[in-house]
Design a protein around this ligand. Structure first.
Ligand code: BGC
Length: 765
């Protein structure tokens, strides 16, 4: 029986099945017969053509792109296209495939629908900060509804790369540092895009593509595309779980990552693509490379285009994004005995299966629906949901003296280069966004505060002193106009307004392309020119609220000490401005919690809550000096994983366990009462952590194993219980067996990873 868990917006999301239903035997037999028959009619060239995925747009740049895509489609040399926007255009291209190629095989149309289509939701890191998988599923569902109306049936999302290195710009696109939270978000996104009820896609669902498999978030020094090297134990315990969760949720496709894994680029890594993904996890969909992933293996140094293409195919890659390595070389490789016809057939079959499941053979235009575009894209309901979700993603880092929420009749000086930019609001990878639609923060504040509010504005500074860095850090081709006044003049103007105002709202931080692909940074603080402005604003003694735009955890040591209130708003999507105003004015009480640790400085990186203890932990009684520490900075973060404040306060009662002993076939309950002790309603994320105190291998000091977001009225108390069973205690041991080990466990519950209560139990032999 399915259970309707929410009908917000009239979008019924169904639960009750753990993962998407596999195909029944008769359905599979029917599909197989159809594809067998089709493949018998296909020439070798046409089969290879199905494996070829050129880019249709100019969203990113690359090499080896065919200039005559129309001709290639007519010749049957193209399996799909990506990043074209516009239902009419897509319909037109599909018509060429269906009516002008010999066999009329429809194309699959992909796009980076990463955090929404035209209704753009917060960046994925911010979605993760909601700690609300239902909201994330709804966001993905809305993205699917809008994209599928507009000709898109395949999205390159979710990105489930765990990362503990905020220098890496792509942390913005991922699910944070934790495998348990990341897995919950990965599942939610797959369900949202594809639905939960089976292999057959409805015409308002789209196929997910889980990326970037694997370990892309662990690039050395946080530099994009850089080398990755780690133990298999770490892979299985810490980095693989979200990919696996997405596969188990039924994701239809995977994307290979750019990086190497154990010395072999992921794109040619048979262990990864076949042994792990298919044989161990049972994944049955198709795998696409990342953009020019095959071509790049020449630079990785493992062969020429023919060699690397053959290796990719044999590893288990089915579709070649942009490199044209398969298209140009597989025939020669077949003749040279480097690949077999069976290798080509296998990949071709997987792509045809995806098209079959998407219903493209029944109706190649089923995702091209101009009436639905008019009816279903960027609707008021979708925008309202985006606004709610954005507000839920913000994390209140500091609120000294309860400066927030602001009064609607307060005179406010809004200052900062990010306060009045429309295009900067949605965040990186807003591929389908109409950038004329978002409001600026200034407009959002004025809308929410009402006509009588006195809201002044000064830009105060440019993004940073270096114009080149500034140009590289703003939305492709849409820079925030650089102000030609001197830095002094700009700051002075801001100070004059601050002097007149009751409170200063400083909208500062990263512009949207300072995070995202190829946006690694070695310093991750607020950029220099804005820092200087902030310091002078704070020095006036006026209360300052820092509204921090960020695509990554940032270093904020000075700010945490000197700025009285900090609201981290990430990049909130098309409705970010309204949502920020909702929270600043207290119409919405913030409830986001950090999905990643905020370090004190760059030198602490990688810093993450679920680390190992070492033999000389800082809190050890045995070593007075020679402990695992720094001379110049504490080991602790500035803001811990799971941290986030509210305008109300929550009090935790004592943590109790239903028993201090558990057997492998039993379970126990950890419970705690949580009370809203303030005077406004609010939501708290209650977090369960476990530590395996003694193991056959070393175990992390803390691992998230459960969480629940609970809504509480003032004075209300709720009892939150977590069920702990043997499955929850399992980990991959040295032999990569997934086991639990008898012994003592520490259970921790609290509102942040660093604010927990403890209790212990024993898992019996
Ligand atoms: C990115 C992918 C993206 C692809 C297609 C690549 O540069 O790494 O995440 O899906 O481009 O646009």
């Amino acid at each position: 029986m399915k259970k309707i868990v929410t009908t917000l917006l009239g979008l019924a999301l169904t639960a009750g099945t753990l993962c998407a239903q596999p195909m029944s035997a008769p359905d599979k037999a029917k599909m197989d017969r159809f594809i067998d028959k089709l493949m018998k009619r296909m020439t070798l060239e046409e089969k290879i053509g199905q494996l070829n995925l050129p880019s249709a747009g100019d969203i990113t740049t690359g090499q080896a792109q065919s200039s005559d895509i129309g001709g290639a489609i007519q010749r049957g040399e193209v399996g799909g296209l990506f990043n074209i926007k516009g239902v009419e255009k897509i319909r037109d291209v599909q018509r060429v495939a269906v009516e002008e190629s010999r066999l009329g095989i429809p194309l699959i149309f992909g796009m980076d629908v990463i955090h929404g289509y035209e209704t753009t939701f917060p960046i994925p890191l911010a979605l993760t900060a909601t700690w609300n998988p239902e909201a994330v599923e709804r966001a993905a569902r809305i993205a699917a509804i809008e994209a599928s109306a507009s000709g898109i049936c395949w999205t390159y999302s979710p990105m489930t790369d765990i990362s503990r290195d905020p220098r890496w710009g792509r942390v913005a696109e991922g699910v944070g540092e934790d495998p348990f939270l990341g897995s919950a978000m990965a599942r939610a996104m797959v369900y949202g895009y594809q639905g939960r009820d089976g292999w057959r896609y409805a015409n308002d669902e789209i196929m997910a593509c889980v990326k970037h498999f694997a370990l892309y978030g662990a690039s050395e020094a946080g530099r994009d595309y850089n080398t990755v090297d780690m133990s298999r134990q770490r892979m299985y315990n810490e980095y693989f779980p979200p990919y696996k969760a997405a596969a188990e949720a039924g994701a239809g496709s995977f994307m290979a990552s750019f990086n190497e894994v154990e010395g072999i680029p992921a794109t040619a890594n048979r262990w990864l693509m076949t042994d792990v993904l298919r044989d161990e996890w049972g994944f049955e969909g198709f795998v696409v490379t990342d953009y020019t992933g095959i071509y790049e293996m020449i630079a990785h140094g493992i062969g020429d285009l023919q060699e690397v293409s053959a290796r990719a195919l044999q590893a288990g890659i089915d579709m070649d994004m942009v490199s044209e390595g398969f298209l140009r070389t597989l025939k020669a490789s077949l003749e040279a005995g480097k690949v077999t016809e069976a290798d080509i057939d296998r990949a071709c079959r997987r792509i045809l299966e995806a098209k079959y499941k998407l219903g493209l053979f029944d109706d190649p235009y089923r995702y091209c629906n101009p009436e639905r575009v008019a009816r279903d894209v960027y609707t008021p309901e979708h925008c309202a949901e985006a606004r709610r979700t954005a507000a839920e993603s913000f994390v209140l880092l500091k609120n000294e003296g309860s400066i927030l929420p602001l009064k609607k009749n307060a005179k406010i000086a809004v200052v900062g280069p990010l306060a009045s930019s429309r295009e900067n609001m949605p965040g990186t990878w807003s591929v389908a966004t109409d950038f004329t639609k978002p409001h600026t923060l200034l407009e959002g504040l004025r809308m929410v505060a009402g006509d009588d509010a006195e809201i002044l504005y000064a830009k105060g500074s440019n993004i940073c002193y270096d114009p080149e860095l500034e140009a590289n850090s703003t939305v492709f081709g849409r820079t925030i106009a650089r102000d030609n006044r001197s830095d002094r003049e700009m700051i002075d103007e801001a100070l004059r307004l601050a002097a007149e105002a009751d409170v200063v709202v400083a909208a500062l931080g990263e512009p949207s392309e300072m995070s995202g692909e190829c946006s690694s940074r070695s310093e991750i603080g607020i950029p220099d020119a804005q820092q200087a402005l902030l310091r002078e604003l704070v020095a006036t003694g006026k209360p300052v609220v820092l509204v921090l735009f960020a695509g990554r955890p940032m270093t904020l040591s000075w700010e945490a000490e000197h700025v009285p209130a900090i609201l981290n708003v990430w990049f909130g999507g098309t409705q970010a401005a309204e949502a920020i105003a909702d929270v600043l004015y207290g119409d919405v009480n913030p409830s986001g919690k950090l999905p990643s640790t905020f370090p004190r400085n760059v030198g602490q990186i990688p810093l993450f809550y679920n680390h190992k203890n070492t033999g000389r932990p800082l809190l050890s009684d045995h070593f007075e000096k020679f402990r695992s520490n720094y001379l110049d900075v504490p080991n602790t973060p500035l803001y811990a994983f799971g941290y986030g404040l509210s305008y109300t306060t929550f009090e935790y009662g004592p943590l109790t366990l239903s028993s201090d002993r558990m057997t492998a076939d039993g379970s126990i309950e950890a419970s705690v009462e949580v009370t809203n002790t303030g005077d406004r309603a609010g939501a708290e994320v209650v977090q369960l952590y476990i530590r395996d105190l003694v193991g056959s291998t070393t175990r992390p000091v803390q691992e998230l194993k459960g969480f629940e977001k609970v809504q509480l009225e003032p004075g209300e108390t709720k009892r939150i219980s977590f069920r702990i069973d043997n499955e929850l205690l399992k980990f991959y041991n040295h032999d990569l067996e997934f086991v639990s080990e008898p012994g003592e466990f520490d259970v921790m519950v609290g509102g942040s990873s660093d604010r927990v209560q403890h209790a212990t139990f024993t898992l019996a032999e």
